[in-house]
Design a protein around this ligand. Structure first.
Ligand SMILES: NC(=O)c1ccc[n+]([C@@H]2O[C@H](COP(=O)([O-])OP(=O)(O)OC[C@H]3O[C@@H](n4cnc5c(N)ncnc54)[C@H](O)[C@@H]3O)[C@@H](O)[C@H]2O)c1
Length: 372
């Protein structure tokens, strides 16, 4: 759960944080203050501040996802985001008295944040490059394991076994080692392209080319997946119904920005396949927009309301997002029975039990695993 800490339970901090808590029930909001009387009043039936509707908002959220506390350091330490709204009165003595702002409260809050939280201080360019490198390194890891998946298929290795072995090396660790149809999302490609641009602007062509390869391998992986589908299905998907299960770039989101499903679907449509697309959260309108469908393509695509409808009468299934519900579909009695034979499954997220599906009768391709 994302945690927000608001320092200063005054006129600004109290109401602002209360409304954040109301509007974002999945976020935990702590409002902290050094003033015990203010905090105890926020925790009473007699709020220290009046604003129309404020009492209702506080009564609705307090104790659920809105907390008032004097334990400033604890909440700052635990928070993902810290807002500061402490008082900044006019100085009453010393330099600028009567005019300048007294920043003593602000400075004391800032120093406390620096002491208890894990703020990393860098120069401007380090901050910029750290942000880009963070996403570039994650994307690079995915492209690395995806590149390995191609080699696994060629040699007879299993990429999940290779990732498992790698994950045991504490210097490598277990995260971001799942081979798939490719990475998506709004950030990875954008940030790598930005990095490439900065490298080129600084004349670092070799470095730029190095990072470009991360994107190229990702494109290669998507293209390889399409090629696998077409070649497996007797070198033609023309006029064949293919069920596309999942369109979002990852599970539990409706976000389709840079989703690999766009390239895979366009690749299959280019080979004249008929697609029946189902995603639990992505709207038909969004899918049509993403596939920038011309009137001829519209005839080739239908967006349907569940996985059974999508797979009914299909020659093949492509799993393109790792939604949990795709694991519990009744592949044996419903899906297989209602599909054309031979029935193909192309698992682009490696979420299904390949041996079980093969036992049912499916011809199964999963990324980085030898074909049967
Ligand atoms: N943008 C606007 O429209 C707007 C309007 C009003 C105020 N402000 C600004 O917002 C800030 C807060 O204003 P306010 O009216 O809420 O002030 P306030 O005096 O009502 O509340 C500030 C609170 O901060 C607490 N505080 C001070 N130092 C602290 C610390 N180190 N740790 C924890 N708590 C601390 C005080 O005890 C006080 O309760 C000020 O800088 C003010 O200028 C902005």
């Amino acid at each position: 759960m994302v945690k927000i800490c608001g320092i200063g339970a005054g006129y600004v901090g109290g109401p602002t944080m209360s409304v954040i808590a109301l509007k974002c029930p999945s976020i935990e909001v702590a409002v902290v203050d050094i003033s015990h009387s203010r905090i105890s009043s926020w925790n009473s039936n007699n709020l220290p501040i009046y604003e129309p509707g404020l009492e209702e908002v506080v009564n609705h959220c307090r104790g659920k996802n809105l907390f008032f506390s004097t334990d400033v350091e604890k909440h700052v330490n635990e928070a993902d985001i810290v807002f500061v709204s402490v008082n900044t009165p006019t100085k009453i003595r010393g330099l600028g008295a009567g005019k300048a702002t007294d920043l003593a409260y602000w400075e004391s809050a800032a120093r406390m944040i620096a002491d208890v939280s894990k703020i990393i201080t860098t120069n401007l360019w380090s901050a910029e490059l750290s942000k880009l490198a963070d996403n570039a390194f994650l994307a690079q890891r995915i492209s690395s394991i995806n590149a390995m998946s191609a080699l696994c298929e060629a040699t007879g290795a299993e990429v999940s076994q290779v990732s498992h072995a790698l994950s045991k090396n504490t210097k490598i660790g277990p995260k971001f080692l799942n081979a798939s149809v490719g990475f998506g999302g709004s950030c990875f490609q954008k940030d790598i392209l930005n990095l490439v641009y900065i490298c080129e602007s600084n004349g670092l062509i070799e470095v730029a080319n190095y990072w470009k390869e991360v994107i190229k391998v990702n494109d290669y992986q998507k293209g390889r997946f399409v090629k696998r589908v077409v070649t497996s299905m007797f070198n033609t998907v023309s006029g064949k119904k293919i069920a596309i299960l999942g369109f979002a770039f990852k599970k539990d989101t409706s976000d389709t920005r840079k989703t690999p499903a766009i390239d895979v679907c366009k690749g299959l449509l280019g080979d004249d396949a008929c697609l029946s697309i189902y995603d639990p959260r992505v709207t038909e309108e969004q899918i049509q927009k993403d596939l920038s469908m011309s009137s001829s393509v519209v005839k080739q695509v239908s967006v349907v309301g569940d996985a059974y409808e999508a797979t009914k009468g299909a020659h093949g299934i492509c799993i393109l997002t790792e939604w949990d519900e795709f694991k519990s579909i009744d592949y044996e009695r419903v899906v297989y029975e209602n599909m054309q034979k031979p029935a193909f499954v192309f698992d682009g997220r490696n979420i299904l039990n390949v041996d079980k599906l093969r036992g049912i009768g499916f011809i199964v391709y999963s990324v980085g695993r030898p074909l049967e």
